[in-house]
Design a protein around this ligand. Structure first.
Ligand SMILES: C[S@@+](CC[C@H](N)C(=O)[O-])C[C@H]1O[C@@H](n2cnc3c(N)ncnc32)[C@H](O)[C@@H]1O
Length: 270
């Protein structure tokens, strides 16, 4: 099966809802907020800056463009109507924020419209990321900032000992749900080729904390997907989900992945 995030709007509503709940759990984890804060607080935007998030999901990261990056307005573009509805409902009442259905490869915005474009865990899901980077270049003002952050997916693990069966669920989910595992190792070349000036590249280690809410969604979805694919009996899947929860309760659960952020600027004179 291909990565469902690469065409989320075409998936059945139940799957879109399940993915939206997982995205929201991830957005709200303090360790994830710390990653976003680490690369967004240093972006130095002009007064009254207009920001855009491509692949805005549930809208929490779009809101960070106001709260952490200091933009005056932030717009989220996202192909899944379930995600867009959720974002609108969550942030109804803040007229600095807006959300629309759309495609990052063909946004429909005029040239030089934005001071900041963000892609947070978008590009790993897009076949042809070069097209999205080119579109960002077109719609950024001269001097505008592009911020990209994504997982370095080959580092994802829940392994606490040799041959740990829980880790297989993580590897399986990454294999099923990520189009390009290596995007953050390739992105600087794509940006330079498009004409961007490269800025800071930073690694961020994510360790699941407390109730491990997001990692548990990964384990549950991985186990259920293995049942659908005939790889596991339903009882075995339930046992693996219980194993993860027992580890959380016993403080022995470990979940880890590296993220990498890359900042780039559109030059003033081309
Ligand atoms: C992993 S989610 C991240 C959502 C949000 N940025 C966050 O970090 O919470 C990736 C999102 O990118 C969206 N997406 C995938 N392909 C896209 C495209 N071509 N244009 C815009 N968004 C896209 C998906 O629908 C999904 O909501």
């Amino acid at each position: 099966m291909t990565d469902p995030y690469s065409d989320l709007g075409a998936q059945d509503i139940a799957l879109q809802e399940r993915i939206a709940a997982a995205m929201e759990a991830r957005c709200l984890e303090p360790a994830q907020i710390a990653i976003r804060k680490a690369y967004m607080e240093d972006l130095h935007l002009p007064e009254g800056a207009r920001a855009l998030e491509l692949g805005s999901g549930t809208g929490h990261v779009t809101r960070d463009l106001l709260e952490l990056a200091g933009a005056a307005t932030a717009h989220g573009l996202e192909p899944s109507p379930v995600m867009v509805d959720r974002a609108r409902n969550s942030f109804d009442g803040d007229d600095r924020l807006s959300f629309d259905i759309g495609d990052a490869k063909a946004t429909g915005f005029a040239d030089e419209s934005f001071d900041l474009v963000l892609m947070h865990t978008l590009l790993c899901h897009v076949p042809g990321p070069e097209d999205v980077v080119r579109e960002a270049f077109r719609i950024l003002k001269p001097g505008g900032v592009l911020a990209i952050c994504d997982g370095d997916y080959s580092t994802a693990t829940a392994q606490i000992a040799d041959f740990d069966p829980l880790d297989q669920l993580i590897k399986f989910m990454i294999h099923q749900n990520v189009t390009n595992l290596w995007i953050m190792r390739q992105i600087s070349g794509i940006l330079a080729e498009t004409g961007f000036q490269l800025g800071a590249r930073t690694g961020h280690g994510y360790v699941a904390e407390g109730e491990a809410a997001y990692f548990l969604t990964v384990i549950d979805r991985g186990a259920d997907r293995m049942v659908e694919d005939g790889l596991l009996f339903a009882e075995t899947a339930e046992a693996l989900k219980s194993e993860a929860r027992r580890r959380v309760a016993a403080d022995t659960f470990f979940g880890f992945m590296s993220y990498v952020s890359q900042i780039a600027t559109k030059p003033h004179s081309l």
